[in-house]
Design a protein around this ligand. Structure first.
Ligand SMILES: NC(=O)c1ccc[n+]([C@@H]2O[C@H](COP(=O)([O-])OP(=O)(O)OC[C@H]3O[C@@H](n4cnc5c(N)ncnc54)[C@H](O)[C@@H]3O)[C@@H](O)[C@H]2O)c1
Ligand SMILES: O=C(O)C(=O)C[C@@H](O)[C@H](O)[C@H](O)COP(=O)(O)O
Ligand SMILES: [Zn+2]
Length: 348
């Protein structure tokens, strides 16, 4: 078992290894367990055996659970079960379920203890760590939420065995992102055939990718500064998710978005890293994109949470592991969008 410490106002540990669902224990007597309805029954059963929850809520799969309606339903289930303030919410599943569960934990009775049991690669390297919780609005991605860190994170690598290969590759986008913004040694490892459930490179690569996130959120929980770099590729990614009504997954959108951000970085004088972002897209094989209209996407990009009253800011790279925030003139955004579309079309 590997252990990564997360510092900050409420320090906690991320444990990584096989069999962890069976070992997970929480001090709270009352536990609410929230998980996606398509999660394999044996994964749910292992979490239930460890936690003996007083209430379990199965929610729709993927981002269909990150809605105001599902959020309200889960809150009502907890209230109906008389979950008290000294109880806990545990999010089990991919990033969508843990984002929802975290926001429920942050807001139910004005806040109860929260734990995560990520069961996707993306959940383990990114979503379950760091306390960004939330749901979507029709107007855009993750527009409602709270910073509410978990008290512990259990990454049971056995659970990755049942993931569809394309869902594993979706999650690799965030590990690759950690390589681009902070630890270039991850880039080759993420694309290595041994980085797969049960593969020789799984545990070390997973742990090193988690360590990047843990380091950043330890220093900047509430995104006053460097945490924004974890958003590399996300300004376009979130817009792509919104215009496709989430038929494009987050991990695929991030793969596409990182290539756009790499093009913008190059156009503003940075090192040309588009070879890396294209190599990732060729490896990931994301779902093809529908016809896209720049103005429609730009309307969603304008709501990006990195925007301030002077407008949107993008995370760009001067070189590998040298991220910075910058405003980009609309003309350049449009021009690079054309080039990005041509690159993306050439992939298929
Ligand atoms: N809070 C954060 O910091 C953060 C970071 C990155 C992404 N996110 C969010 O995470 C979400 C994407 O997460 P994701 O990529 O994990 O996708 P997901 O949560 O949508 O899960 C993908 C699918 O895999 C299923 N699944 C989960 N575990 C499984 C398993 N072990 N075996 C078989 N099937 C399994 C899920 O039920 C779902 O159908 C997005 O909503 C994104 O916005 C949040
Ligand atoms: O943890 C962060 O900070 C991130 O930005 C990680 C992202 O991968 C993640 O998708 C996050 O949910 C995006 O946050 P948002 O603030 O842009 O909604
Ligand atoms: Zn992300």
């Amino acid at each position: 078992m590997r252990r990564i410490e997360v510092a900050g106002p409420q320090p906690y540990a991320v444990e990584v290894g096989p069999g962890l669902l069976a070992c997970a224990r929480v001090p709270q007597r009352q536990v609410a367990l929230i998980y996606p309805e398509d999660l394999p029954a044996e994964v749910v059963a292992r979490a239930q055996a460890s936690l003996s929850p007083v209430v379990t809520v199965a929610v729709p799969a993927r981002d269909e659970c990150k809605t105001l309606a599902v959020y309200g339903h889960v809150l009502s289930c907890l209230a109906a079960a008389n979950l008290a303030r000294d109880g806990a919410v545990v999010g089990l599943g991919g990033g969508a379920a843990t984002d929802l569960a975290g926001f429920v934990a942050a807001s139910y009775l004005r806040g109860v203890a929260f734990y995560t049991m990520p069961t996707t690669l993306l959940g383990m390297v990114d979503a379950a760590v760091g306390g960004k919780t939330g749901i979507n609005l029709p107007e855009g991605k993750n527009l409602v939420g709270a910073f509410w860190p978990p008290a512990a994170v259990w990454c049971d690598t056995d659970t990755l065995a049942s993931l569809r290969p394309e869902v594993f590759r979706e999650g690799a986008a965030e590990a690759y992102k950690h390589g681009l913004i902070a630890d270039p040694s991850l880039l080759g490892r993420v694309l290595d055939p041994e980085f797969r459930p049960g593969g020789a490179l799984l545990d070390t690569t997973l742990t090193d990718a988690i360590a990047v996130k843990a380091d950043v959120v330890s220093r900047d929980l509430t995104e006053r500064g460097e945490r924004a770099y974890l958003n590399f590729g996300h300004t376009l990614a979130h817009a792509l998710e919104a215009v496709t009504h989430h038929t494009l997954s987050h991990g695929e959108a991030v793969g596409y978005g990182m290539h756009y951000a790499a093009r913008l970085s190059r156009a503003l004088g940075g090192e040309d890293l588009t070879g890396h972002t294209l190599a990732f897209l060729r490896w990931q094989q994301p779902a093809p994109l529908p016809d896209l209209d720049f103005d429609a996407l730009n309307a969603y990009m304008a709501r990006d949470k990195k925007a301030d009253s002077d407008g949107v800011r993008f995370v760009l790279l001067r070189a590998l592991a040298q991220p910075y925030l910058a405003r980009v003139p609309e003309g350049l955004l449009r021009e690079e969008f054309e080039g990005w579309q041509a690159d993306v079309r050439a992939l298929s």
